[in-house]
Design a protein around this ligand. Structure first.
Ligand code: GAP
Length: 490
């Protein structure tokens, strides 16, 4: 049994089975934007629902909102995005390729390590770690690239532009276009969080929640990522699931620890194997200026350990900034202690698209199986948590015969009230199983001639390939029970 080794394997399966397509593919695609196909959209909805339920249904003190993507431009001045949401970029003048300067240096360090030059690698890593502390980040990164004679990974040239800071926000025009472009400029939000902060008092007052309480939101975010070559891991249009938990200052550290534990547990609850998850705390000297604590939950993607979710103690930075820029009080009055204060915020922020990629990578297996005539063949299977699977039940008549088809159609209609069900009568039973395995369908129900006699069907388990004979009237309960008790393999 083999796990996934290369991202390309998942990219082709996603295309073949209709999970994810390149956006505007017939026109040659649009870089770092993707469309979800029939299976992808179901998986996405199921993950969204699992997160929403974990936040708003299982916590009485977490409310949901759905804020607009376009926000008043002052929002992004207050949040700091206008001034400091930048990436340091450098261009190879010969190939015209653009790189993130820090990533370029990290790649160079990795190469040194691969060649066994540990001391050299540690020395350059030291330079990278202290970059930005003296002259400004762009100048420091440029100096490292020049002094170390780092060459372009694609062309091999050593012909660089300066390092320049690029703002990652997409700008667009709002309303009638004025002669002065900047008067009507608005941004596509680069994170959903600000829609929550600016609604803090609206939600608190209308829901009558008392601190501590949270606001959860799922929605699109846009970033003009310069280096975006990793499928849905880094996109220019993506979806975030964010929750801001408003707490009394002084209780922030305990709340931060609680949310860390709870969020890791959530990733396991959607079937991700423990061995592929870990925390990566941000060292104190690398924290954003507003943050008191920050940790990432990382997943072991085929491209290495990477951030799937950020958990941050953002202090009272955001609400204080919005209070200052809007002139509107963002305080909370505690009726028990009679104290008035600006709450601290513990933020949990997870990318929906990265979660989709994580579930696909974690679930992917290639296995050797035995066919009916004793030969071995390879099967590709997505061992997704059944509650996330795009199609929960595949129903098929053993062969195309009226009496089998009738029962299969009737069962499909019944089960469709509760699950996403797909009817399939095309090709051999073996071929149909393979299709369902590749799409991650956990249960395949076959209607055969034995069942006509005693009103039973066989239900095949995707993971073990074992088959149970189940009474027609019991199929729904049988599947429910299996979903409830499902556990990932080690
Ligand atoms: N409000 C905090 C915030 O936005 P972030 O670390 O920039 O923090 C949070 O983003 C999460 O959003 C990340 O952990 C990642 O899962 C997802 N994300 C960020 N940029 C992304 C991109 N370009 N493509 C896909 N997902 C992205």
């Amino acid at each position: 049994m083999a796990d996934l080794e290369h991202l390309d394997t998942i990219i082709s399966l996603c295309k073949k089975r209709g999970f994810i397509f390149q956006s505007s593919e017939i026109y040659g695609g649009l870089a770092a934007t993707y469309d979800y196909g029939p299976l992808g959209v179901e998986l996405k909805r199921n993950i969204r629902d699992a997160w929403w339920k974990a936040m708003t249904q299982k916590h009485d003190n977490v409310e949901g909102i759905d804020a607009a993507i376009l926000m008043h431009p002052k929002t992004w001045e207050a949040s700091g995005h206008v001034d400091s949401f930048n990436d340091p970029m450098i261009d190879d003048k010969q190939s015209k390729m653009r790189y993130r300067a820090d990533t370029l240096i990290e790649g160079y360090i990795m190469k040194l390590r691969d060649k066994g030059k540990e001391d050299e690698a540690n020395r350059v890593q030291g330079l990278l770690d202290t970059a930005g502390s003296r002259n400004g980040l762009a100048k420091d990164l440029f100096d490292i690239i020049i002094e170390e004679e780092i060459r372009s990974p694609d062309s091999g040239a050593f012909d660089w532009t300066d390092v320049r800071q690029f703002n990652l926000m997409f700008k667009t025009q709002f309303g009638s276009i004025s002669s002065d472009e900047d008067d009507s400029a608005v941004y596509l939000r680069p994170e959903t969080a600000q829609g929550i902060f600016v609604n803090f008092t609206n939600v608190q007052q209308t829901s009558r929640q008392q601190v501590p309480f949270g606001i959860a939101q799922i929605g699109k975010a846009f970033r003009n990522e310069i280096v975006a070559r990793q499928f849905v891991f880094r996109m220019r249009e993506f979806e975030q699931m964010e929750m801001q938990y408003f707490v009394e200052p002084g209780t922030d550290e305990d709340n931060f620890e609680n949310w860390k534990a709870e969020r890791l547990a959530w990733h396991k609850s959607i079937g991700i194997r423990e061995k592929n998850l870990r925390f990566a705390d941000h060292p104190e000297d690398k924290l954003a200026h507003y943050a008191k604590g920050a940790t990432d939950i990382q997943f072991k993607y085929p491209i290495g350990w990477q951030e799937i979710e950020g958990i941050h103690n953002r202090t009272d930075f955001d609400l204080s900034q919005h209070q200052e820029f809007s002139g509107k009080k963002q305080e909370y009055f505690d009726p028990h202690t009679q104290k008035r204060y600006i709450p601290y915020v513990i933020e949990t922020s997870v990318g929906l698209d990265r979660t989709i990629l994580m579930t696909l990578c974690d679930a992917y297996r290639e296995e050797e199986t035995e066919t009916a005539n004793g030969k071995t063949e390879k099967r590709t299977v997505l061992k997704l948590h059944p509650k996330l699977a795009p199609v929960t039940v595949g129903i098929m008549p053993l062969i195309k015969k009226d009496e089998l088809q009738d029962i299969a159609h009737k069962l499909k209609a019944e089960l469709s009230e509760f699950f996403k069900v797909q009817y399939d009568e095309k090709g051999s039973v073996g071929k149909r199983y393979r299709r369902f395995d590749e799409g991650g369908t956990p249960f395949c129900v076959t209607v055969d001639f034995d069942g006509l006699e005693d009103q039973t069907v066989t239900v095949r388990d995707r993971d073990t390939m074992e088959q149970d004979r189940v009474a027609l009237s019991e199929v729904e309960n049988y599947i429910r029970e299996k979903i409830k008790t499902w556990k990932p393999e080690d």
